[in-house]
Design a protein around this ligand. Structure first.
Ligand code: SF4
Ligand code: SF4
Length: 56
């Protein structure tokens, strides 16, 4: 399953630069992951200061 960013996201943008497939973009209230592009590498979860990205 693709990773998903929870409402804990503070829109710091750190994960966007880490994603190897550019699946993360800034949304209206938080950053969002394109589930079809995510390859489940976990890099976003590794850099997030608040633990917002999680595998579903
Ligand atoms: Fe990108 Fe990897 Fe996070 Fe998926 S798990 S959104 S591929 S950094
Ligand atoms: Fe949101 Fe975490 Fe990504 Fe920062 S690193 S934009 S807090 S999901």
């Amino acid at each position: 399953m693709a990773y998903k960013i929870s409402d804990e996201c503070i829109s710091c943008g750190a994960c966007e630069a880490e994603c190897p497939v550019s699946a993360i973009t800034a949304g209206d209230d938080k950053y969002v992951i394109d589930a079809d592009a995510c390859v489940e590498c976990g890099a976003c979860a590794g850099v997030c200061p608040v633990g917002a990205p999680n595998a579903e």
